[in-house]
Design a protein. Structure first.
Length: 138
């Protein structure tokens, strides 16, 4: 059985919930990623912030990214996968919830993230295509 651990990307980029979106955008640019895991003071996962969130929910609405904190914009209560979850069930969850990324946890510790690219790389074009179709369904 292929697990979430087998297909996840390790070394998740994080940002404190207290950091501003301009800092988040620079961190995404420097790390060449489209999302950051948002962590609280205890280091625990609080949500996920995407480049799309910054553009559509901050910049496009006339807010100043230097004045808005990650906590103000992140998607709270993120859907997560346990490291030992079956990869197929993770893909099914991503499809049904129409999400592009899933943080992977082991207990309460963030250990990785699974993206559409990880699905394509590890599970193949059929799974990736089905996921992309489900995410983009109207």
């Amino acid at each position: 059985m292929t697990t979430a651990r087998d297909i996840m990307h390790q070394g998740v980029e994080t940002i404190s919930a207290h950091e501003t979106l301009d800092v988040a955008a620079k961190r995404m640019r420097d790390a060449d990623v489209g999302a950051l895991a948002v962590t609280g003071d205890d280091g625990g996962l609080q949500g996920v912030l995407t480049d799309r969130d910054i553009v559509l929910r901050c910049v496009a609405t006339g807010h100043d990214p230097g004045a808005v904190r990650a906590a103000d914009l992140m998607d709270g209560s993120p859907v997560t996968a346990a490291a030992d979850d079956d990869a197929g069930s993770v893909v099914a969850t991503m499809s049904s919830r129409r999400i592009r990324r899933v943080p992977v946890v082991e207990g309460s510790r963030l250990v990785g993230i699974i993206s559409e690219a990880d699905i394509a790389r590890h599970l193949g074009p059929a799974e990736a295509g089905a996921l992309a179709t489900a995410i983009r369904a109207v």
